[in-house]
Design a protein around this ligand. Structure first.
Ligand code: COA
Length: 702
């Protein structure tokens, strides 16, 4: 039929097998193969039934997303799947692995569906900013009812075979070998004289699909997919399934689907999907290099970071020893870990047995000696270079040869720590984000001497603990990638705008409207205003940068306004309540700071706030790329989405820059430079790309 679809007739059953490793993503060739196969089956007198299955680790996991950027070639999905559904012989499909998107839509075009017990079925299109466009919005409600269809599509996560059976999406769960059992099921259907059962002939059950349910779904979309259009398109398509004849509904779905595919939101979401996978590919790294085995981990320090990291490892099945010389601190840390697990069990996230197992993997110790046999140590002690150097020298003496020594520093130069050891090749930065057991980002910081083997090990480890591991270098400024862009770009600009007349609330709201979960000042209050200030001081950033430089933040920190933890920061807080409240005192402080600098307050509009914060990020990102601190622009996008909540549907700062147009960003920054002076200098790479008319995503270093 085609290279990825084969047809074989066994007795009177036509076996159509799809084979497109690794995940049987559906491409033009596959659609052509399916179309041809089912047209032939329709015509053959020696065939009584057809069985559609897939080779490899999974059923079709969806449309080939690469095709969305180039345009979906002919035959289109409608045509190929209509050939399956309109086949005059009964068509059965048997699913294994993950039947997602266009894969599940192919299954919905079949007359009978079965799946192995551990199969997962889903329509995750909303996570890609699109709607199911291969008949899914019209066929799924006909099979399971409108309410269950919307719940499934809005739920995004794939459902189990058991659940699929419950809602009528599949007819049977197979036990044993997929092909053998599926063929037996086909024989059974033939023996029972089961006829063709076309989904398009069914009507939609609308029970429970009322105004209250629709409002509930809209509210859910507003919360989980704020700013995105696809959920609204989906609800319209479901209405069409209810109200329009099948053919008309399918035509409408096709038109809406095509538009959604090329929308900015879908492009941004596709970009992040591929970027998440790209981060694991390190240019120039020998693919033959194998990761070192890591089974036991030592964590130095039982503060917030130390305990979060310990939980992340214990959750992934690794044994953890937390070392803290202070018995009191250690006891407090272990109690906090237990409390975290208690909360997880209370919320039903893990069972009592899982809690005991995970907590049982964590032990405490007072001295470094207990780390003599661990495979990896991560220090999470206070951010003080002298202390860290001492720690590395001591660890080097205690730990077994080959053990990896890692620092969780967010700002300090790990090269200096590595220099304290006789194993600089085994030293690396593992920069977790707080709370480390929740936040999915891990900056993997290579030093000048970190070996490739250790980098590969860190990448594998990141996957094991379900983090997005992004390999970065140490640059000319503090803060690796994420925090450098945060401070030297985004927050610095936000602080400056306070002096110029924007209010704290206005800045936070404008950034929230852009799509971040919270604005810079609410975030800073959460992270600790004192922390930002001490980083700026200790790294020499305050001394090195022209003024004004974080004048408002520094003034607040000097007054002991450390944020949520001290009851006041940029906002004020009621005891036991994390909701921020306006504090007129801060207005006075800002006015005083502005007056000291002779800055006249003016009205700043929300567009300016968004542009200045986001373009400052992009400009700093351009410097990081040119310095070779990241391998590619997509790495920055993953860091900013997972570490700082940059809206996924906007793709990350560098994707966003390309979307707006690098030339436009460059020109606006030049304009900012004229208007605001000093640090608004366009990054040289930004200027080059603007003049070349290209973008960050296609840029590669020479
Ligand atoms: N289109 C194109 N390529 C795809 C793809 C798709 N729909 N789904 C997966 N791939 C590629 C990945 O990019 C990856 O390529 P790489 O090895 O070159 O990086 C490879 O297939 C393996 O995917 P990966 O995600 O690493 O494997 P996994 O086993 O962890 O997960 C899936 C498998 C199917 C669960 C996951 O890939 C997935 O969710 N895919 C998207 C499914 C989807 O959204 N379908 C609806 C589309 S309309």
């Amino acid at each position: 039929m085609s290279d990825n679809v084969s047809l074989e007739v066994v007795n009177n059953i036509a076996l159509v097998t799809v084979n497109e490793p690794p995940v049987n993503a559906i491409n033009q060739q596959m659609r052509a193969g399916l179309l041809e196969a089912f047209k032939e089956i329709d015509q053959r007198d020696d065939v009584a039934a057809a069985l559609l299955i897939c080779d490899g680790r999974t059923f079709m996991a969806g449309a080939d997303l690469n095709e969305f950027d180039t345009g979906v070639g002919e035959p289109n999905y409608r045509e190929a799947y209509a050939a399956i559904e309109n086949c005059s012989k009964i068509v059965v499909t048997a699913m294994h692995g993950t039947a997602l998107g266009g894969g599940l839509e192919a299954a919905l075009s079949c007359h009978y569906r079965c799946a192995v017990a551990n199969a997962r079925l889903g329509l995750p299109e909303l996570s890609l900013g699109i709607i199911p466009g291969a008949g899914g919005t019209q066929r799924l409600p006909r099979v399971v009812g409108a309410k269950a269809a919307v719940e499934m599509i809005f739920g995004i996560a794939a459902i189990t075979a058991k659940k699929a059976l419950e809602i009528g999406l599949i007819d049977r769960i197979l036990d044993g070998d997929l092909k053998t059992e599926a063929l037996a099921y086909v024989e059974e259907l033939l023996a029972a004289d089961s006829g063709v059962r076309k989904t398009s002939d069914m009507t939609v059950d609308t029970e429970g699909y009322d105004d209250a349910f629709i409002s509930e779904m809209k509210a859910l979309a507003g919360k989980r997919m704020r700013g995105q259009n696809a959920p609204h398109l989906l609800l319209q398509a479901i209405d069409d399934a209810i109200n329009l004849p099948f053919e008309e509904g399918i035509r409408q779905e096709h038109l809406t689907g095509e538009e959604a595919i090329v929308s900015d939101e879908a492009r941004g979401l596709r970009h992040v999907f591929f970027a998440e996978r790209e981060i694991g590919r390190i240019p120039g790294l020998d693919k033959a290099i194998e990761a070192l085995p890591i089974k036991t981990v030592g964590i130095l320090g039982s503060g917030t970071m130390g305990i979060g990291i310990s939980i992340a490892f214990a959750d992934a099945g690794l044994d953890v020893t937390i070392v803290d010389p202070s018995a009191e601190a250690l006891e407090r840390g272990l109690a906090l870990i237990e409390e975290t697990y208690n909360q997880s069990t209370a919320k039903g996230r893990i069972s009592e047995a899982q809690k005991s197992e995970r907590f049982g993997r964590i032990s405490g110790a007072a001295s470094y000696d207990s780390l003599s046999n661990v495979d990896l140590v991560i220090e999470a002690v206070f951010e003080d270079m002298d202390l860290k150097k001492k720690v590395f020298a001591e660890l080097d003496g205690v730990c077994k040869p080959g053990a990896i020594l890692a620092s969780n520093t967010s700002t300090l130069d790990i090269n200096e720590m590595a220099a304290m050891t006789k194993r600089p090749e085994s030293v690396i930065g593992l920069h977790f984000f707080s709370p480390a057991n929740i936040m999915k980002l891990l900056e993997i910081v290579r030093t000048d001497k970190t070996s490739s083997e250790v980098v590969v090990t860190a990448l594998k480890l990141a996957k094991q603990i379900r983090k997005m591991g992004v390999v970065v270098g140490i640059g000319s400024e503090f803060g690796f990638v994420g925090n450098r862009m945060l401070t030297m770009g985004y927050m610095r600009e936000a602080d400056q705008m306070l002096l110029e007349g924007a209010s704290i609330e206005q800045i936070d709201q404008a950034i929230y409207e852009f799509g971040f979960p919270m604005g810079p000042w609410a975030m800073n209050d959460m992270a600790g205003v004192d922390i930002l200030n001490s980083v700026l001081e200790s790294t020499g950033a305050t001394a090195a940068n022209p003024k004004p430089f974080f004048n408002v933040s520094r003034a607040l920190a000097a007054l002991g306004r450390a944020g949520q933890k001290s009851g006041s920061g940029f906002y004020k807080y009621e005891p036991g309540d994390r909701r921020p409240h306006h504090d007129p005192l801060v207005d006075d402080i800002i006015k005083q700071e502005a007056a000291k600098l002779n800055i006249e307050p003016r009205k700043i509009d929300d567009d300016e706030i968004q542009q200045r914060c986001i373009y400052a990020l992009i400009n700093e990102g351009a410097k990081l790329l040119a310095e070779g601190i990241v391998y590619r622009a997509a790495d920055i996008d993953v860091i900013w989405h997972y570490g700082y909540g940059f809206p996924r549907y906007k793709g990350g700062p560098m994707f966003y820059a390309d979307l707006i147009g690098v030339k436009e960003i460059y020109e606006t920054i030049c304009h900012f430079q004229d208007q605001f002076g000093h640090y608004w200098t366009p990054a040289p790479l930004l200027e080059i790309l603007a003049k070349d008319g290209t973008g960050f995503l296609e840029w590669t270093p020479d």
